[in-house]
Design a protein around this ligand. Structure first.
Ligand SMILES: Nc1nc2c(c(=O)[nH]1)N[C@H]1C(S)=C(S)[C@@H](COP(=O)(O)O)O[C@H]1N2
Ligand SMILES: [Mo]
Length: 406
């Protein structure tokens, strides 16, 4: 993919045949093909994520790696070496993994506040939960308003399995919540740049204290000790909440009366209406909404042959399970119920879906629309906002494929 093209940026960022199809360029011909051939070499993986699979990832920058849509596969779990990465600050030195058990986290806003080491946490309980980890900016690349920030398409997300201690066990061991706890606030353990107000850079996020029911202090992901890239040695996992609330290298967990004063909380990640300025009274990106997208067939390997295909993808409902997914092969004019396939890993995981359809010669716009167990249906349109957050529009996530008779 290239930025040096005459196509509108939005369509390029959509990247796939969906965009080209919308422009009548399905089949990837002419100018677009020439531009792609001339595209600069992909950026290399940054050192702290050098163990990842380069073919599966789009390297936007050293702190933003995106999973390719074509890499998601159909077996539920996103392999760690294909999972997206997003760091707001440079990752800490890898030396913090040298002695994992010595890592300590300060627990505040409980009756008996104190620091606990990871070794101590391991004694307080263990639970395993599968969650969708998704950046709230996933799908930003589809906003025509071109919000600043990484133009993620679908790949700032994955479904992974965490293991750690339920935070409520830790709270119970420290005498329970102190009075007046309204928020659960987690603080990242990065070294802050010098010479700037710490609150402008600190990664500290607050979520409503009800998230304590499901929150985990996790030290393991997908069966391995948590990597540095994904927040090792210890991460606060808030199932069903947008990625930014899942604090990596967590060094402090506080139950607070007010939300964090850090800029990433007060002004960042707010659903600011177009034309407004970000402000603390606008909704924060907390629980994820119902969303799905198709991962295949895609047009990245060229035109398809007429015949049966398995239209497949992923669907999730944030804190609620998925009830069903409909698939359209005519751009949303008509819909058919897809089948949920594979293991159900609980309400916070995504479900795979598939629908066998026959595609004849022509251009087809494939879309998916999920419904959660509360009856919320994935919306057709995104909610416009300054930051390009929370895009769950089924139309934006549609893909166009071309079928030709050889
Ligand atoms: N300490 C810390 N935690 C963090 C961040 C960060 O920069 N520092 N980024 C957040 C954001 S914006 C996202 S989307 C997720 C990304 O998680 P991942 O890199 O493991 O995929 O981590 C969140 N937790
Ligand atoms: Mo994010």
């Amino acid at each position: 993919m290239t930025h040096s093209t005459t196509l509108p940026r939005r369509h390029l960022l959509a990247g796939s045949a969906a965009a080209l199809g919308a422009l009548g360029l399905a089949g990837w011909t002419g100018n677009a093909r020439a531009q792609a051939a001339a595209a600069p070499a992909a950026k290399p993986l940054p050192a702290y994520a050098g163990w990842k699979t380069p073919e599966a990832l789009i390297v936007h920058s050293t702190s933003t790696l995106e999973t390719r849509r074509s890499a998601f596969g159909t077996s539920v779990i996103t392999p760690s070496n294909q999972l997206y990465v997003r760091n707001n600050l440079p990752a800490p030195d890898a030396a913090i993994l040298d002695n994992r058990d010595a890592w300590s986290v300060s627990i505040e806003g409980v009756k008996n506040p104190r620091s606990l080491t990871l070794a101590e946490l391991r004694t307080l309980g263990v639970e395993t939960v599968a969650t969708v980890l998704q950046c709230s900016g996933n799908g930003r690349g589809f906003f025509p308003s071109k919000p600043s920030g990484t133009p993620w398409q679908v790949g700032a997300a994955g479904c992974v399995v965490w293991s750690g201690v339920p935070l409520r066990n830790v709270v119970a061991a420290l005498g329970g919540l102190a009075d007046g706890a309204a928020y659960l606030t987690g603080t990242g353990g990065e070294k802050l740049p010098e010479g700037v107000d710490p609150l402008t850079v600190l990664v500290e996020r607050s979520v409503p204290v009800k998230a304590l029911d499901d929150a985990l202090l996790a030290w393991e992901m997908n069966g391995e000790p948590l990597s540095l890239a994904h927040g090792g040695p210890l991460r606060l996992v808030v199932p069903g909440y947008q990625g930014v609330n899942n604090i990596k290298y967590v060094k402090r967990v506080a139950f607070t009366a007010a939300q964090s004063q850090a800029r990433i909380m007060s002004h960042g990640y707010r659903m600011s209406p177009p034309g407004s300025k970000a402000s603390p009274d606008q909704p924060s990106v907390w629980e994820m909404g119902v969303k799905s997208w198709i991962n295949g067939p895609l047009a990245d390997k060229g035109a398809l042959k007429p015949g049966q295909v398995q239209v497949h993808g992923v669907a999730f409902g944030g804190t609620r399970a998925i009830k069903g997914v409909e698939v359209s092969v005519d751009g949303g004019k008509t819909w058919q119920a897809a089948k949920l396939i594979g293991p159900d890993l609980g309400p916070f995981a995504w479900r795979q879906f598939a629908l066998p359809v026959r595609l004849e010669a022509g251009t087809h716009v494939l879309a998916s629309r999920a419904t959660d167990t509360a009856g919320n249906v994935q919306t057709e349109q995104r909610e416009e906002n300054l930051g390009g957050y929370n895009n769950a529009s089924w139309r934006d996530h549609a893909v166009t494929v071309t079928v030709t008779v050889a």
